[in-house]
Design a protein around this ligand. Structure first.
Ligand SMILES: [Mg+2]
Ligand SMILES: [Zn+2]
Length: 232
């Protein structure tokens, strides 16, 4: 049976937030209050739409955004991990589930020559619209009360797993609060890998939160790689 590696993207594959990295396209590298004030909790995609509109108004082109995004650093050890995974396609499937967007993730992985490692990316769809601005839409509609309106990672993972042959083991590596919900899809033989010192680790450590999978915290992609190899 194959192994599945599920990766979050921001602060997991890359060592920053791709959505906030784009403000480096702006002179002074900051957004005006008129844009930042439009953020409402749980409505990140709508907010990013406003950020993208603003970048468009400032005549920042999608190509400029791409060039800036290509400078985002990968988290230590992640390139090694993805390179290994791309060579073990016979044994390991790898998907990304992220609240970023399709274009950012595609650009960043492609620039690093690592897109072949990832079989599927589940995130908010983005495109360049008629005016030449980036448009980001919600990944899906869902009814989970614990997740942002545009994506519930548990819903994504549950559906993905239901459409595949059973995996011998699933490894889920992430850092954020929205990586907690999908942990409910994992079994005893699976492993949730929270990034050390980040929100997901803290949530998993809260008392009264029994989780089925093994919990192995990581600081570098190398540690995720060692876990995969031990099972491979
Ligand atoms: Mg993250
Ligand atoms: Zn959820």
């Amino acid at each position: 049976m194959k192994t599945l590696l599920v990766l979050d993207f921001d602060h997991t594959v890359v060592d920053d937030n791709s959505d906030t990295w784009v403000i480096r396209c702006l002179p002074g590298e900051r957004l005006p209050d008129s844009v930042t004030k439009t953020y409402r909790k749980g409505h990140w995609t709508e907010y990013m739409g406003n950020v993208m509109n603003y970048l468009g108004e400032q005549n920042v082109t999608p190509d400029q955004i791409r060039l800036v995004l290509e400078t985002i650093p990968f988290t230590e050890g992640m390139k090694n991990l993805l390179t290994y995974v791309s060579r073990r396609k016979d044994a390991i499937d790898c998907i990304v589930i992220s609240d970023s967007n399709t274009l950012f993730i595609e650009w960043i992985l492609r620039a690093a020559g690592l897109q072949a490692a990832v079989d599927e990316v589940f995130t908010n769809p983005a495109r360049v619209d008629e005016r030449g601005s980036l448009e980001v839409r919600r990944h899906h509609a869902h009814s989970c009360p614990d997740c942002p309106v545009n994506i519930c990672k548990r819903e994504v993972l549950r559906r993905y797993l239901s459409e595949r042959a059973e995996y011998g083991a699933v490894f889920y590596a992430g850092d954020g609060g929205n990586d907690l919900c999908p942990v409910a899809c994992l079994r005893e033989q699976d492993t949730v890998m929270p990034r050390k010192g980040y929100t997901l680790e803290k949530r998993l450590l809260q008392p009264g939160r029994p989780v089925k999978p093994r919990v192995v915290a990581w600081s570098s992609g190398q540690e995720i790689l060692e876990e995969l190899k031990a099972r491979d």
